[in-house]
Design a protein around this ligand. Structure first.
Ligand SMILES: *[C@@H]1O[C@H](CO)[C@@H](O)[C@H](O)[C@H]1NC(C)=O
Ligand SMILES: *[C@@H]1O[C@H](CO)[C@@H](O)[C@H](O)[C@H]1NC(C)=O
Ligand SMILES: *[C@@H]1O[C@H](CO)[C@@H](O)[C@H](O)[C@H]1NC(C)=O
Length: 182
């Protein structure tokens, strides 16, 4: 596939679903570790099996984004079903204090909202799971909007980003995960 195709897929998925200005200046790498075999590295629009998303992903960045800190978010705009996403966005991950160590994004602090595995319900079309990388400003460290006990449902990354001064994302990617067929 051509780069232009990735970028247009990504733009459509992110901009249309999240009401966010998406003009990436870097590449966000997301990789799901596997029990057997090599990790699955995402490219925009890849289809991943539910069972291959059990373990939390690791992140990397390619591009001139500086040392950090950064915030990473993962949201599902298709919850509970892509046909009727009344609970969207579902927040699958929200973490800050990521630093760029030779293109790997590492953090030593607990996530604001720990990784929740994709679980698209039977009957739904494939869900989009969108990952975004933001530059972290000090407002994020003091935010009280979201903590580990806040419901993951009906989250809004565009509102959250604006409330804690994250600005527009620097990079992003997404995957599709369909319900297991029975
Ligand atoms: C996913 O893993 C569960 C638990 O190990 C297993 O029951 C299920 O059959 C697996 N599904 C697929 C599609 O491999
Ligand atoms: C967590 O956030 C919720 C709002 O989502 C708030 O009601 C609650 O007091 C917060 N808990 C802590 C420990 O800060
Ligand atoms: C999120 O908030 C924006 C306004 O910032 C709004 O346009 C959008 O519809 C909201 N998304 C959802 C899923 O409610």
């Amino acid at each position: 596939m051509h780069l232009a195709h990735f970028v247009s897929l990504l733009f459509i998925a992110v901009a249309a679903a999240l009401d966010i200005v998406f003009k990436p200046t870097a590449l966000l790498e997301v990789s799901f570790p596997q029990t057997c075999g090599p990790p699955i590295a995402l490219h925009a629009g890849i289809h991943v099996e539910v069972n291959d998303t059990v373990r939390p992903p690791s992140f990397g960045v390619l591009g001139d984004v500086g040392p950090g800190p950064f915030v990473v978010a993962m949201v599902d705009p298709d919850a509970p079903t892509s046909q009727n996403p009344t609970l969207s966005e579902l927040r699958h991950f929200l973490g800050g204090n990521f630093y760029n160590h030779r293109d790997h994004l590492v953090n030593a602090t607990p996530a604001v909202s720990e990784f929740v595995q994709p679980a698209p319900p039977a009957g739904s079309d494939a869900h989009r799971y969108i990952f975004l990388l933001f530059k972290q400003l000090s407002a994020f460290a003091h935010q009280q909007l979201i903590n580990a006990s806040t419901s993951v449902l009906s989250f809004n990354i565009s509102q959250f980003a604006s409330a804690v001064e994250l600005g527009d994302p620097l990079a992003g990617t997404f995957m599709y995960v369909a319900p297991d067929s029975v």
